[in-house]
Design a protein around this ligand. Structure first.
Ligand code: COA
Length: 192
């Protein structure tokens, strides 16, 4: 799947993205460390190889849809993941997002997330993923992520205590969700 937005193409990661992937993470630890699990691979290149494989398996089996948002010069500006996809009577995925540290505050995460949500909720017969619900879990002190969730119309559902372990601490997370019928054509929040 390829999604064209005003400034990016959102698509699955490809073998040729290795350098852009490494540069998305390497040397930017202070940007990621508070909010993401530490890299466990021996190098960013090894991590890229396992991420590429995980992405391919996810797309092939329909268990996870991982998108990289690529600028015309090949830079990966944002990554938006729909993971833990459950079909049948749930039709739900967990959303995760991030933006390259030096491109934060320029609307790339919002642009990518809106496009991915549009694809998530579009029916499969119309080329979308046909999901009913997308949820997200955010640490309450992650103000940038909370602002982004609000900007794209996620609704707060509650607080999950000690939900995810991060850097040795079981962190509480706020749970947000969005349903297909809460997504407008442009991907913006609908007025009540
Ligand atoms: C969470 C995260 C993705 C948010 O990124 P972001 O760049 O702040 O989010 P957006 O894409 O919505 O950009 C919004 C900002 O861009 C500005 N902006 C500039 N140009 C813009 C444009 N063309 N369109 C929209 N917004 C634009 C907005 O005014 C806003 O600025 P502000 O932050 O000063 O209010 C980012 O902080 C991140 O990667 N954090 C680390 C990883 C992480 O926490 N992931 C989430 C775990 S739950």
């Amino acid at each position: 799947m390829q999604i064209h937005t005003a400034r990016m193409v959102l698509r699955p990661v490809e073998e040729t993205d290795c350098a852009a992937f490494v540069s998305y993470y390497a040397g930017r630890e202070e940007h990621w460390r508070p909010w993401m699990p530490r890299m466990v691979a021996e190098s960013y290149e090894v991590w890229f190889a396992s991420s590429l494989e995980r992405s391919r398996v996810g797309w092939r089996d329909g268990g996870a849809y991982r998108f990289v948002g690529v600028l015309p010069d090949g830079t990966i500006a944002t990554m938006i993941n729909l993971s833990n996809v459950v079909r049948l009577s749930f039709q739900n995925a967990d959303a995760g997002w991030g933006v390259r540290g030096d491109l934060q505050g320029r609307g790339f995460a919002r642009e990518g997330l809106i496009a991915v949500l549009n694809a998530a909720f579009r029916s499969e017969s119309e080329g979308g993923l046909g999901l009913h619900r997308v949820q997200a879990a955010i640490i309450p002190r992650n103000e940038r992520s909370l602002a982004l969730a609000g900007r794209v119309g996620f609704r707060r559902e509650g607080l999950a205590l000690r939900m995810i372990e991060l850097n040795g601490v079981w962190e509480d997370h706020l749970i947000f969700a969005k349903l297909a019928d809460e997504q407008s054509a442009e991907g913006e929040r609908r007025e009540p």
